[in-house]
Design a protein around this ligand. Structure first.
Ligand SMILES: Cc1ncc(COP(=O)(O)O)c(C=O)c1O
Length: 393
């Protein structure tokens, strides 16, 4: 199958990891030789409950037995989507009560950017250097990494950039600004947390000039940092919250959430301000509903913080210079891109799935399922340190 994969399926890089997957269960992925791989990546932060969590699988099967796609988003009343939006509202502040369900993280960002322009009547969007918000034209326009977007210009106009965590740059947010868009924790940049009340200060500046604050929680959201939403750590509530990845429990989803009055601006003058055929798909929404229920009704979030400490305890090595991030959104920093590459490739040979971050080549992504056990964490950390022992420094 490898040659057909390379021949017929579009590739994203010249060097895919090319594991031939047979099946996956819990925190393990199995290849077609039935070799088990312990998963420290969770489909890049998407499989929050691991692979084929029984409650997610049951919700999907039950829904498939009732109906699948019946109508474009927004016309018919479909229980899974309604219940999911209601459950999110239950766990969010009142100002974030209304959710638009879409198909991917990047589409949710597109929706959030459109909503911000529509609701404010302004056009300028301010994003952060080294930000990643997705790969469609709008999301790419707010990507803070010129090398990856240069070839696709011209992108959408009136986008400016500030440095994340730099308070001096906040005066660039002015009455012309429709919205500031930030990741609550910068992912691709290397799992950079906001420092010294940075997000609170961004919030204050936005309020001063009437700009909206969009927080992209596609990666940190839905329990990964030990709270349901990352912003709960930083004393800052956004005007528009964007989620995706882990929300779907392994199924493709995105969502943007705001106040009801703001979201209403998309429904008239003009009508159909954002439309999607498959957004809110009943099978996907059923999987997401089961996922959010499980995460909020179990001790998985509290345990994520204990598991973070276990990673920190067992990943002590001269070639690990720092561990960044929070909960189970962690990045182990190595001295060089070469060290990180060797570690990721050798780990795959030894049955441990690791992966890169987008813009920080020295980092190793550690974003396992929230359901990972302590024993599995210790086992994987031992694989990492034993590989590092073999790398000269
Ligand atoms: C912070 C952030 N925003 C947006 C996206 C885009 O989401 P998707 O790949 O589902 O379009 C990602 C995906 O990696 C992300 O990490």
């Amino acid at each position: 199958m490898t040659s057909d994969f390379l021949e017929y399926q579009a590739q994203t890089t010249p060097h895919p990891l090319a594991m031939e997957v047979s099946h996956a269960e819990g925190c393990y992925v199995y290849d077609t030789n039935n070799k088990a791989y312990l998963d420290f990546v969770a489909g890049v932060s998407a499989c929050s409950l691991g692979h084929r969590h029984p409650k997610v699988v049951k919700a999907i099967k039950d829904q498939v037995d009732k109906y699948m796609h019946v109508m474009v988003y927004g016309e018919y009343i479909q229980q899974p989507a309604v219940e999911l939006a209601k459950l999110l509202a239950k766990h969010l502040p009142k100002s974030l009560e209304c959710t638009y369900l879409v198909n991917s993280g990047t589409e949710a960002i597109e929706g959030a950017l459109k909503l911000a322009r529509r609701a404010t009547g302004r056009s300028q969007i301010i994003a952060a250097h080294h930000a990643y918000h997705g790969n469609t034209m709008g999301s790419m326009s707010v990507m803070g990494y010129e090398e990856r977007k240069q070839a696709f210009r011209p992108l959408i106009p009136d986008v400016d950039f500030i440095a994340f965590n730099n308070k001096e740059h906040l005066n660039q947010i002015t009455p012309k600004t429709a919205a500031v868009i930030l990741e609550t924790i910068q992912g691709g940049a290397g799992f950079i947390e906001p420092h010294d009340n940075y997000l609170t200060k961004v919030r204050t500046r936005c309020d001063e000039v009437g700009a909206l604050l969009i927080l992209d929680e596609i990666q940190p959201g839905i329990g990964r940092t030990g709270k349901l939403f990352g912003f709960e750590h930083y004393n800052c509530v956004p005007d528009i919250l964007v989620t995706g990845k882990g929300l779907g429990g392994g199924m493709p989803i995105g969502a943007f959430t705001s106040s009801k009055s703001m979201m209403h601006t998309l429904q008239d003058f003009p009508k159909l301000g954002h439309i999607t055929t498959f957004g809110g798909h009943p099978v996907i929404a059923a999987a997401a509903l089961a996922t959010v229920k499980e995460i909020t009704e179990s001790d998985l979030m509290a345990k994520a913080l204990e598991k973070e400490q276990l990673f920190r305890k067992h990943l002590v090595h001269p070639l690990i210079t720092e561990i960044r991030g929070r909960g189970l959104m962690l990045a182990a920093m190595t001295p060089s891109a070469e060290t990180a590459n060797q570690l990721i490739l050798k780990a795959q040979n030894r049955g441990l799935i690791l992966f890169w971050l987008l813009f920080e080549p020295k980092a190793i992504r550690l974003t396992p399922p929230l359901t990972i056990t302590n024993a599995e964490i210790i086992e994987g950390c031992q694989v990492i340190t034993s590989i590092l022992d073999e790398i000269p420094f």
